[in-house]
Design a protein around this ligand. Structure first.
Ligand SMILES: Cc1ncc(C[n+]2csc(CCOP(=O)(O)OP(=O)(O)O)c2C)c(N)n1
Ligand SMILES: [Mg+2]
Length: 421
């Protein structure tokens, strides 16, 4: 039932990665300062030239990407455990390999609605590596990894999930509603962020910057009409937006082959140029993103990027993810395409890092996440008076409906507005 397309693509990627001979430069201590790799070829739609398939990686960047991917995976594992302990309530979609937890925290502490997300670390780490400080991002509900990559530390993410005042939204947003400067969040309605991303791109253009908005959505959301409305206006107005389809093979329990008349998502913008990218290779994602940003920032209009990845877990915490695909399929991806294992092997075979160094990073990451979990459990929740604060940037009405229309609460501004255009 699983996407035959994805499975065969996965095998091709694996075979090609194995046969690609890296080039490297030795430094004195026997470790390389830099190495070059070939990525799997990008597939192009309405483009004469694509990103370079020959990529260079510095040792410094290599260690950073490795650490970031491990941090996201451990953070998501910790979120999964906190959810199982019932300390995180509500929605939770993980992004590890691609995992994501959504959850509406404060108002849903009494309900145990389960959700999870899975294995897509290379996607956000690779994209972030090519972004400039003023580029923007908006994504769907698998937002934890992106929140971290845009500058929130693991305490800010995990404490948000447990609804504490040290969470990045002071515990009022939860899994699907995390934000920081230039990050327009987690959005829980499938497809809703696609026109919003075009709007953010319009704002960037209107303000006279050459900033680009990375607008992410899943393969399931790629069948939503509003995506095509957004693409139409983006092409007409040459908006600097990259429509990024994270194709993880499934929308909830439905495989791409069952849901989409065309699974070539990179071509589905029709008149919008597109690129197909191996989303399990952080370097391929980095190069493709650099290319797409350059395209959009130079006034050529939008671009579509299909990033092929996978989710190990079910859709959410309540989905074991085994009724619509086989355990063998998941195992095969873990063994042949895992973004972290594959990258680790590359670093070791090219002597960009030693096994000891990577072990030290693993240990450091483990400690950071352990400490963040302690904080996420121990920190305080906000008081009731803050529950209705900071809802609007410039509130017209200072009274907010409470449990009933007759039981109102006061709206106050406590903190500065973020992303206030
Ligand atoms: C408008 C809307 N319809 C349905 C849902 C329920 N729903 C939540 S996630 C999801 C599947 C989305 O799949 P995909 O876009 O591939 O994202 P992934 O979970 O694979 O990251 C659906 C149907 C929703 N949240 N919003
Ligand atoms: Mg999907």
């Amino acid at each position: 039932m699983f996407s035959v397309t994805l499975r065969s693509l996965g095998r091709q990627v694996h075979q090609q990665n194995k046969s690609l001979a890296p080039l490297f430069t030795y430094s004195k201590n026997g470790l390389n300062t830099e190495a070059s790799f070939d990525t799997k070829p990008f597939k192009l739609h309405k483009l004469e030239e694509g990103p370079s398939t020959s990529v260079t990686l510095s040792r410094q960047d290599a260690l950073k990407y490795y650490k970031d991917m491990q941090m996201i995976r451990r953070m998501e594992t910790a979120a999964g455990n906190l959810y199982k302990e019932k300390i995180i309530r509500g929605f939770c979609h993980l992004y590890s390999g691609q995992v994501c937890f959504h959850f509406f925290h404060f108002l849903s502490t009494k309900y145990s609605i389960k959700f999870i997300l899975l294995s897509q670390e290379a996607c956000c780490v690779g994209m972030r590596a090519s972004m400039r400080s003023y580029d923007a991002v908006i994504t769907a509900y698998r937002a934890h990894g992106w929140t971290y990559m845009m500058g929130v530390d693991p305490v800010g993410v995990l404490a948000e999930l447990t609804g504490r005042n040290t969470g990045c939204q002071r515990g009022k947003g939860g899994s699907m509603h995390m934000y920081i400067k230039n990050f327009y969040g987690g959005n829980g309605i499938v497809g809703a962020q696609q026109p919003l991303g075009a709007g953010v791109a319009l704002a960037l253009k209107y303000q006279g910057t050459d900033g680009v908005c990375l607008t992410l959505y899943g393969d399931g959301a790629a069948n939503q009409g509003q995506l095509y409305e957004a693409m139409n206006i983006a092409q007409l107005w040459k908006l600097p937006v990259i429509f990024i389809c994270e194709n993880n093979g499934y929308g909830m329990g439905t495989s791409v082959d069952r849901a989409s008349a065309s699974t070539n998502y990179y071509t589905r913008g029709d008149y919008v140029p597109g690129i197909w990218v191996d989303g399990m290779d952080v370097l391929a994602v980095r190069e493709a993103t650099r290319f797409a940003i350059d395209h959009c920032a130079t006034g050529k209009g939008p671009m579509v990027m299909e990033v092929v990845t996978y989710r190990y877990s079910g859709h959410s915490m309540s989905d074991p993810g085994t009724s619509y695909r086989s355990r063998d399929e998941i195992q095969e991806v873990r063994q042949t395409r895992d973004p972290i294992t594959g990258f680790r092997e590359r670093l070791l075979t090219t002597s960009l890092a030693t096994a000891e160094e990577l072990k030290d990073i693993d240990q450091e990451v483990r400690q950071v996440i352990e400490d963040a979990v302690k904080r996420a459990k121990a920190d305080k929740e906000i008081g009731l008076e803050e529950l209705t604060a900071d809802i609007s940037c410039n509130p017209i009405d200072t009274r907010v409906r409470g449990v009933t229309a007759f039981d109102t609460l006061t709206h106050r501004r406590l903190g500065p507005a973020v992303n206030n255009h």
